[in-house]
Ligand binder design. Structure first.
Ligand code: NAP
Ligand code: ZN
Ligand code: ZN
Length: 366
């Protein structure tokens, strides 16, 4: 009898026999300090619960840049990044029930997890106690290094493939698979909604989705950006206030204001300054993942029983909920579609905070 998809995940695929491969086009980093370049990678043949996806679009997340540049430590080069994947199902394994050929689907930051721990049982595979398998630069159940979405096709087990609802274009849907769920999850967890004041620090890929989502949830949203350069955009995206963090007056005027602050900044934040913007019992949630530690003092936290928290992407059920929420509210990412030859330049622009608000690779150019 065939294993269920969950059993297959827990015990390993039947027979671990998937050794035949197909070669697909990709774009990746051959080494930490090297520019990305065109390359070929292997995708495994379909196991019973696998889905083959023709990738149409892949978003460029700042985590891709941290990873390939070695900010977070040594990586198994070559690395093909990309965990904001949108495409169409091209084939399914013999036991797949959740997806059909022709379906519009997405893949985010994980492609597997243990399936048996308490987090996985709760649909929080992002917090798998036995470590989930990241979409790239991870090791899959066959012992192979995972390679991500800057490629023309990917094979993923069906439980980690999301449905992209009709009404969201695949190009604007791609960034939802990381930037969308990474901001949706803490907004939901900490109760963003009517009567809540939410601040978003950093108006980049994650930040612009946080603004759209928090506003759609009914919260009152303020953007805290390095300057007022993107103010018009911030207000158009749904914020009602927009302040510059290079202006000391911002930190005086907004002291004690926010129930929730979502920090999306890719560099270390001067945490104490932002903690003081929280109201009584407010929470500062950091989703930005700078390579260096951030310093925190006790008194700004204790004085108003404030909390400091972190959050990591979202589980599979919550990712689907986020996609359905975006479809219901007419939300997608604000994107700039680029060809493969512009990926290295796009990386430089992201590093210079010159992105409005997500670069998305058209994979037909690979
Ligand atoms: P992004 O598009 O580059 O946006 C980051 C924004 O932070 C910039 O647009 C800029 O906004 C601000 N910023 C950048 N450098 C700054 C500095 N030195 N000081 C102050 N502000 C600065 O990046 P992203 O793709 O949104 O990712 C943001 C961070 O989240 C990255 O570290 C990424 O690795 C991390 N991440 C974490 C998760 C998770 O699960 N926790 C998931 C995805 C990404 P302004 O110009 O408005 O100031
Ligand atoms: Zn990401
Ligand atoms: Zn688990």
């Amino acid at each position: 009898m065939a294993l269920s998809s969950l059993e297959a995940r827990v015990t390993g695929p039947e027979g671990l026999k998937s050794t035949s491969m197909s070669t697909v086009k990709a774009y990746g980093a051959p080494a930490a300090k090297a520019p990305l370049e065109a390359m070929s990678i292997e995708r495994r043949d379909l196991d019973a619960y696998d889905v083959l996806i023709d990738i149409k679009f892949a978003g460029i997340c700042h985590s891709d840049i941290h990873t390939v540049r070695g900010d977070w430590g040594p990586m198994p080069y070559p690395v093909v990044p990309g965990h904001e994947i949108a495409g169409v199902v091209a084939a399914v394994g013999s036991a797949v029930t959740k997806h059909q050929v022709g379906d519009r689907v997405g893949v985010g930051c994980m492609v597997s997890s243990c399936g048996s721990c308490s987090s996985c049982a709760a649909g929080q595979e992002n917090y798998c106690l036995n470590h989930n398998t990241p979409t790239y630069a991870g090791t899959d159940k066959y012992g192979a290094t995972t390679q991500g979405g800057y490629s023309t096709a990917i094979v993923v087990e069906e439980d980690f493939v999301l449905r992209i609802p009709e009404g969201i274009g695949l190009d604007v849907a791609a960034p939802l698979l990381c930037a969308g769920v990474t901001t949706y999850s803490p907004l939901r967890h900490w109760g963003a909604g009517p009567g809540k004041k939410v601040a978003v620090v950093g108006l980049g890929g994650l930040g612009h989705m946080a603004v759209k989502l928090a506003a759609a949830m009914g919260a009152e949203v303020t953007v805290l950006s390095q300057s007022l350069k993107k103010r018009e955009d911030g207000l158009r995206l749904g914020a009602t206030d927009y302040r510059a963090t290079d202006d000391p007056e911002t930190f005086e005027a907004l002291k004690g204001t926010f129930d929730l602050i979502i920090n999306t900044v890719s560099a270390p934040l001067q945490t104490d300054k932002f903690v003081q913007l929280l109201a009584l019992d407010g929470t500062l949630v950091t989703v930005g993942a700078p390579p260096k530690p951030m310093v925190v003092s006790m008194y700004p936290l204790a004085g108003m029983r404030r909390s400091l928290a972190g959050s990591m992407i979202g589980g599979i059920p919550e990712t689907q909920e986020m996609l359905d929420f975006c479809a219901a509210h007419g939300l997608g990412a604000d994107i700039e579609v680029i060809g493969a030859d512009a990926i290295n330049e796009a990386y430089e622009r992201v590093l210079a905070s010159d992105v409005r608000y997500r670069f998305v690779i058209d994979t037909s150019t690979l």
